[in-house]
Every structure is written in structure tokens, then in C-alpha cells.
Design a protein around this ligand. Structure first.
Ligand SMILES: NC(=O)c1ccc[n+]([C@@H]2O[C@H](COP(=O)([O-])OP(=O)(O)OC[C@H]3O[C@@H](n4cnc5c(N)ncnc54)[C@H](O)[C@@H]3O)[C@@H](O)[C@H]2O)c1
Length: 253
């Protein structure tokens, strides 16, 4: 018998219970799906995004929000203000942008922008938020990487390099924060049909990706959220420094 999601939730303790969670890139897509699940699980959730739509997204969830460009010079200061009053248990660095350009045609300014949003921003958010976890005696950081960090696809050089940086950054952060009871992991989703990359895909490509999964489907935001919620739980306290796939078996390394 297939367990229902609520039965699965009961079996795997999630420990939301009013704990504070901050999710970046939460105005839409995977981040919004995750924020929705975190609110359902009882986390006191703050949605962060550069897109002002984050305000209505947060209002629909009865959650708090902040409009912040994570590449801006004041991003760290503004994020730090979010944890002034209440420390954060879970930081999910999910904001990201996609780029699909053949390597020999990549504009170097665009390369820098992809690295800044996808990887450098996580340094700023961790510098802003992790000290509150240290003060509170523990916490969880989950950094959104991608299957692209592990599998080569033409045209994804800037994106894949940024996601490989996320995996390496998370591994180092795990070694530096572990002594404070803080775990750091990266999550590597496969293909999720969100707005990301919508302008560069067609039905044939989507069918090609579906055929790569033994499960015969693409991921949805809930598939990714389920892993993040587990990583935030007390049961995941001995998992750190990992780059965990949620790819429906498309990628097994
Ligand atoms: N969709 C996929 O197939 C897929 C696969 C693997 C990994 N991912 C990763 O998952 C994460 C979420 O992807 P998604 O598909 O939901 O994308 P999306 O484009 O739907 O959402 C990304 C969000 O990040 C926000 N954002 C972008 N730049 C920002 C900045 N400078 N400051 C603050 N917020 C910013 C956007 O406004 C948007 O709300 C990304 O890191 C992405 O690389 C997605």
C-alpha cells in the first residue's frame, strides 16, 4: 500500500513547531512550494525575493517577507536585520537564475551575474544568518544546487559552474559550522517545470528529460520540499556536507 503524504509526515518527525525558517527565491517556483510546505509544517517562515510578488505570496501563506536583491551590496545587512529579534533554525538558499549559452558565446558579464546570484549570494546570506544559529546552539543550512553540478549538458557552462560552486561551498561550510551543531547540505534537483528555463525548452526536450528518469516523470516542487523538510528535522542531525540528488534517478553520482 502506498502511504499518504500525511501518513509519511507522521512517520518522519519534521519538528517545525514554531522554528524560524528563511527561504530565498520564494516568490514562485520551488521556493514558493517549499515555503508553503514549511508553513504547513509549523515553521515561522520568511519569504525573501528580489521580485515584489513575494509580498502577495507571503500574504497568501500568512507568512512574513522581505524584498531583497541578494547580489546587492546591502543584502547581508538587510538579511541580518531579519534575525535580529529571533534566530533562524533553517536557512534555505534557493534563489537562482538560469543561463543557456554556448561556451564560446558567453558574455563574461553574464557569467559573473550567474555566479553572483547562484553562488556568491549564499556567502552573503550565510554570513548574515549563521551567527544567529551559532548563538542559538544549532541550525540547518540547505543550499539549492542542481543536477547540473554533476551532469554535463551543452550550453549550461555558467549555470553548471555556479552549481558546482554551491556544492563545494556547502561542503566547506559543513566543516566550519559543524562544531556549532549546524548542518549544511546542498540539494541537487533534476528537472522541475517552473518558470526557470521556460523560454529555452520545447516539448521534445521535456520528453527527452522524462525518458531519462526510471520513474518516467519530471520532479515537482513538492519532491524537492520533502527532502528539505527532512534535512531540517531532528532526524537528519547527522547528515552534513552532502550533495543530495532529487532527480528521479536521472543522476546517480
Ligand atoms: N527548475 C529546475 O528544473 C531546477 C533544477 C535544478 C535546480 N534548480 C534550482 O532551484 C532553485 C529554484 O528554481 P526555480 O525553478 O524555482 O526557479 P524560478 O525562476 O521559478 O525561481 C527563482 C526565484 O529566485 C528569485 N531570484 C532570482 N535572482 C534573485 C536575486 N538576485 N535576489 C533574490 N531573489 C532572486 C526569482 O525572483 C525567483 O522568484 C534555483 O536555485 C535553481 O537553480 C531548479
Amino acid at each position: 500500500m502506498t502511504p499518504t503524504r500525511s501518513a509519511a509526515r507522521t512517520a518522519g518527525r519534521t519538528d517545525g513547531g514554531g522554528r524560524r525558517a528563511i527561504v530565498t527565491g520564494a516568490a514562485r517556483g520551488i521556493g514558493l512550494g517549499l515555503a508553503t510546505r514549511l508553513v504547513e509544517e509549523g515553521y515561522d517562515t520568511t519569504l525573501v525575493d528580489v521580485d515584489r510578488c513575494v509580498e502577495s505570496a507571503a500574504a497568501a501563506l500568512d507568512a512574513s517577507f522581505a524584498v531583497i536583491d541578494l547580489t546587492a551590496a546591502d543584502a547581508s545587512t538587510r538579511l541580518n536585520a531579519l534575525v535580529d529579534a529571533e534566530p533562524c533554525w533553517l536557512l534555505v538558499n534557493n534563489a537562482g537564475i538560469f543561463d543557456k549559452t554556448p561556451l564560446l558565446e558567453i558574455d563574461l558579464a553574464e557569467w559573473d551575474r550567474v555566479q553572483a546570484v547562484n553562488a556568491r549570494s549564499m556567502v552573503a546570506t550565510m554570513q548574515a544568518v549563521v551567527p544567529s544559529m551559532v548563538g542559538a546552539g544549532g541550525g540547518r543550512v540547505v543550499n539549492m544546487a542542481s543536477m547540473a553540478a554533476k551532469v554535463g549538458t551543452p550550453g549550461e557552462a555558467a549555470y553548471a559552474a555556479s552549481k558546482a560552486a554551491v556544492v563545494a561551498l556547502s561542503r566547506i561550510a559543513a566543516t566550519e559550522f559543524g562544531g556549532h551543531g549546524i548542518t549544511v547540505n546542498s540539494v541537487c534537483p533534476g528537472y522541475v517545470l517552473t518558470d526557470m528555463g521556460a523560454d529555452t525548452r520545447d516539448d521534445e526536450q521535456v520528453a527527452g528529460w522524462v525518458s531519462m528518469s526510471p520513474l518516467g516523470r519530471l520532479a515537482n516542487a513538492d519532491d524537492i520540499a520533502s527532502l528539505v523538510i527532512y534535512l531540517a528535522s531532528d532526524g537528519a542531525s547527522y547528515i552534513t556536507g552532502q550533495a543530495l540528488n532529487v532527480t528521479g534517478g536521472m543522476c546517480t553520482n
